[in-house]
Ligand binder design. Structure first.
Ligand code: MLT
Length: 411
């Protein structure tokens, strides 16, 4: 008999969002009337229509495929040059030094943040924030970078960097040396941001210790405050220590369309066991050319359209819509005395549970009494206990209804 990857057997229960989905399905089966009024503010999945500029570009790309002269087969594994240029050009317009061939287009940043582990060797000390986007943890478990799960859901061998209200949800620089650090700002799940100084301290730490920052900027488009950094490459020295992940899912409504990208600077290196420095750009290029055949042509044309004037205007309107929702949800929680974080530069509102209420209790209360799905903070890690996350990805009517129901909840 063949052997399985036993690392998978270490994984706790299901992945968070399917697990919530399972619980919600059971609830709906048992409560068909309540199910009719259910509003989902759990997973951060966009609800508004795909921008017209994107749809037109995708349709025209499909027409290209319908004509022998403009037909395209396999595309470049790293992404079409028209899209790499649009992406890198956007960075350059913001004064950041990113070359077209440092952009690797993919089918989304969830996949990239997991797949990137393939180019790192065994024995790295991995640090993650707590709470955290669960993909970073589970992919490290799958890759064998952790020991077993503990009772509280954490894993032996990972370094957890607590993000709490006391440190404004930005982790303190660890005392010990860690090799790879995941940072996500604007943050999922807390919806909070990191300042330039805080990120500079991380870049400095990483450069001094030869560590790599895996910087997830999937929510950068939601930043309203111009003093908040949108990219790790705004920080001097980041090109020698950071990889940046970006997504079109949340700004362009691509959660179902699927497209994102990763920036790997050419000067970024890591070492072999015998101390030889190797450029990570070449390794990631090799990985993508071997295991990926590129996002589809119509999808890449759609992504390119997000950078057109019309596309940018539509993205701005989408962001305004979701951030308007975030304000309504924050205000509703504040009005009933709950402590609220995030929601100002990110589409997630992170809410402290009332005294003595656990995060899964809050999830159950919302589901049973308000028929609203939220995400329990504990699902994002032990330090998420005592909080729940409300996603502002929804229609305005639904969000207004959720705000009404929040006001009616008796804790
Ligand atoms: C979330 O709800 O945290 C996100 O939608 C999950 C994701 O982007 O994969």
């Amino acid at each position: 008999m063949a052997y399985v990857n036993e690392n998978y057997l270490k994984l706790k229960a299901g992945y968070l969002f399917p697990e919530i989905g399972r619980r919600v399905s059971v609830f709906c089966e048992e409560n068909p009337e309540a199910a009719k009024r259910l509003i989902r503010c759990g997973i951060g999945d966009v609800t508004e229509a795909l921008p017209l500029a994107v749809r037109e570009a995708m349709k025209s790309a499909v027409d290209d495929l319908g004509n022998r002269d403009t037909f395209r087969g396999y595309g470049p594994e790293q992404g079409y040059s028209f899209l790499r240029e649009a992406i890198a050009g956007d960075y350059r317009e913001r004064g950041l030094n990113v070359a077209d061939d440092e952009v690797f287009v993919s089918d989304g940043s969830k996949c990239d943040t997991g797949n990137i582990l393939e180019i790192f060797g065994e024995g790295n000390t991995i640090a993650i924030t707590d709470p955290v986007y669960p993909v970073y943890v589970d992919t490290n478990v799958m890759a064998g970078n952790t020991g077993d799960a503990r009772e509280d859901g954490s894993y032996e061998g990972l370094v957890y960097l607590p993000c709490t209200a006391e440190n404004d949800f930005v982790p303190a620089i660890p005392e010990e040396k860690v090799d790879i650090i995941y940072l996500c700002y604007p943050n999922n799940p807390t919806g909070t941001t990191a300042t330039r100084e805080q990120l500079a301290a991380w870049v400095d730490y990483a450069n001094k210790n030869g560590s790599i920052l895996l910087y997830d900027a999937a929510y950068e488009a939601f930043i309203q405050d111009d003093s908040v950094p949108r990219s790790i490459f705004e920080i001097e020295g980041a090109r020698t220590c950071a990889i940046e992940f970006r997504s079109f899912s949340k700004n362009g409504g691509f959660t179902g369309v699927r497209c994102g990208f990763t920036i790997v600077p050419k000067e970024l290196t890591a070492q072999t066991k015998d101390g030889k420095e190797v450029a990570l750009h070449g390794l990631w290029n090799r990985r993508m050319s071997t295991k990926f055949n590129g996002a589809s042509y119509p999808v890449q044309r759609g992504a390119e359209a997000l950078y057109s004037e019309a596309g940018k205007a539509e993205v701005a309107a989408l962001i305004e819509h979701y951030m308007g929702n975030a304000k309504i949800l924050s205000d509703a929680c504040k009005a009933c005395g709950l402590t609220v974080y995030g929601g100002e530069n990110a589409p997630y509102v992170w809410v402290g549970c009332p005294e003595g209420v656990g995060s899964w209790d809050a999830f159950d209360k919302f589901l049973n009494e308000a028929n609203v799905v939220v995400t329990p903070g504990a699902g994002f890690g032990a330090a998420g206990e005592g909080y729940f996350r409300i996603s502002s990805f929804n229609s305005r009517a639904n969000v207004e209804e959720v705000a009404k129901r929040i006001a009616e909840l008796k804790w």
